[in-house]
Design a protein around this ligand. Structure first.
Ligand code: TEU
Ligand code: CA
Length: 555
């Protein structure tokens, strides 16, 4: 299929901004971000120019995994405000032309959800089969599956003598999607939100809802990702809910291959609009099947990262749609991980990475603070660990098994821990970065570099990372080639430059990004200089790319 013929859709033309509400803005002085804090900053987002907010979970939750453990899907978390506050946020966003996509976490619930409370109450309860219960085998766990957050994926319920499955923490029991009553309940709840007027769903670990019925030993990912009925259940969801509304739907699909993605996000619209996959950020986890194989600190190398993107871009061309992202609430900060966060290179490399990503094909995501060039935090000891994943990993790898030394695991945390992304949004240079008032402790400490890196400083500086993102977003809105052009990799053997073209009709967009802090030769424009579209230096010199230079032309 020629991409010129590709069907147009608003969700292909949109740029999404992800908000992690707990860390975005505190409006009532308790040190925790909340809904009214988001509403107050909508004009900032409108200025950036984004089209859609993806709101990480705001539902009632005991917060074992910061809202990814939901105890009531139809209520707002107390700390975040009320349903009225939510309705007001939705109306205010719509008034500014911004849509809101909700996080849908339905692979599991909290163990405090009424469904699970009933399910665990007795082996004969009506809702027993709403979750995945198994008898012990030889007096132990039913199999050797390991949870993403360390330790066995099974928890014994003493009262009934059976184990329940939890792919994540023990406070996140997995729902049994094979039970039609579970699907009914989930679809009802989704319809309820759609009728409220929300604009879509980001579906948490949706590739994990259908488990391998053999429950054979082995890596968790192999047995729970892309299971036998996952496509059937998503098609049912499409028929019963999604097709009735105009939504953006994105499936978080850990462990997905390109071939599988063609099913999840097929252009025929049978399941979801797009996938959100992990090949470029997951290190060894995708290949090993061990979803928890994430602890390392090696700097990602350009050829490997570029190779992964090139494969996905070419693999889905004209057939299915992908998300484009560097950062989210589960990933370290892009400029620290892939770029260069030393003061002399931070801004340039942040803009280079943004260019590289936003000129590709797919729907781009910006994670709060990415548009400021926010950086990783530094972990100096176990007392600083907040995230359940870090706490459990410390316990298992350092204390229990001694697989890593304390120093080594801290280095891994500095490189890839999720809390790097969860420090409060840096609004200005006032105490607590303007995230909350001076007299309270923000929920995790602010990154001390907020004195230099913050939104107020960015807004006052025409050369800031913020205005560069604004320009990238505008380019996408104005130029169909950025959205619909077909993708063609260039310079695939280069160790230093990431380059590609996009083609639409007889127009060609050329992109080249220098991933190093040294000047590189680049002959891409020798024959045809084209017209400059965007770049992170004020001038471009033919034949070379300056350190971390990104340069884009059209002809
Ligand atoms: O994440 C799913 C997932 O498998 C990974 O992103 C994983 O959390 C990460 O690689 C661990 O380092 C989703 C949510 O985005 C995440 O915040 C939740 O903790 C998780 O599901 C459970 O709901
Ligand atoms: Ca608050």
């Amino acid at each position: 299929m020629q991409s010129q013929d590709e069907a147009r859709a608003w969700w292909k033309e949109a740029v999404i901004y992800q908000i992690y509400p707990r860390s975005f803005a505190d409006s009532n002085g308790d040190g925790i971000g909340d809904l009214n804090g988001i509403t107050a900053h909508l004009p900032y987002l409108a200025k950036l120019g984004i089209d859609v907010i993806w709101l990480s979970p705001v539902y009632a939750s005991p917060n074992d995994d910061n809202g990814y453990d939901i105890s009531d899907y139809r209520a707002i978390m107390d700390e975040f405000g009320t349903m009225e506050d939510f309705d007001y946020l939705l109306t205010a966003a719509h008034r500014l032309g911004i849509k809101i996509v909700m996080d849908l976490v339905v692979n599991h619930t909290s163990d405090e959800h009424a469904w699970f409370v009933e399910s665990r109450s007795s082996a004969t309860n009506d809702k027993r089969d709403w979750y995945i219960w198994r008898d012990p085998v030889d007096g132990r766990e039913p199999n050797d599956w390991q949870s993403v957050f360390s330790g066995p994926a099974w928890e014994l319920d003493e009262a009934t003598g059976q184990y329940y499955l939890h792919c994540f923490s023990r406070k996140q029991p997995d729902l049994n999607w094979d039970n039609p009553a579970v699907r009914d309940a989930v679809f009802d709840m989704m319809t309820w939100w759609c009728e409220k007027g929300i604009d879509g769903f980001r579906m948490d670990v949706i590739s994990m809802i259908s488990k391998d019925p053999s429950f054979a030993n082995g890596p968790l990912g192999t047995h729970v990702c892309n299971g036998p009925h996952v496509h059937e259940y998503l098609q049912e969801m499409r028929t019963r809910v999604l097709s009735r509304f105009d939504l953006l739907t994105v499936g978080e699909t850990g462990g997905v291959t390109i071939d599988e993605a063609k099913r999840y996000a097929n252009a025929d619209g049978s399941e979801l609009n797009m996938v959100f996959e992990f090949d470029h950020v997951d290190g060894d986890a995708t290949t090993s099947g061990n979803l928890y194989d994430k602890w390392g600190y090696a700097k990602p190398q350009l050829p490997a990262v570029r190779g992964i993107f090139n494969r996905w871009q070419l693999g889905l061309e004209g057939v299915a749609w992908n998300s484009l992202y560097w950062d989210n609430h589960d990933q370290p900060r892009v400029v620290s991980r892939f770029g260069d966060d030393r003061p002399e290179w931070r801004v340039l490399s942040a803009k280079m990475l943004a260019t590289c990503l936003h000129m590709m094909k797919g729907t781009p995501y910006i994670y709060q603070g990415e548009e400021l060039g926010m950086t990783n935090k530094h972990f100096s000891g176990p007392e600083e660990l907040v995230d359940v994943e870090e706490v459990n990993a410390w316990h298992e790898l350092v204390e229990e098994k001694g697989i890593l030394s304390a120093e080594e695991l801290l280095l891994c945390f500095d490189a890839v821990a999720r809390d790097n992304a969860r420090t409060p949004m840096q609004w200005d240079a006032s105490p607590n970065a303007g995230f909350c008032t001076e007299d309270v402790e923000p929920w995790p400490a602010v990154n001390q570099n907020y004195h230099q890196i913050n939104a107020a400083a960015c807004l006052a500086d025409p050369d800031s990372v913020f205005y560069y993102y604004q320009e990238l977003i505008e380019l996408r809105h104005r130029n169909p080639i950025v959205v619909y052009g077909s993708f063609h990799p260039l310079l695939e053997d280069s160790d230093s430059i990431w380059a590609y073209e996009r083609h639409l009709g007889d127009r060609v967009l050329t992109v080249a990004c220098n991933w190093t802090d040294r000047e590189q030769r680049c002959d891409l424009w020798d024959e045809n200089p084209g017209t400059r579209l965007i770049g992170n230096y004020t001038t471009h010199e033919d034949g070379i790319l300056l350190p971390y230079e990104a340069y884009v032309t059209v002809r």
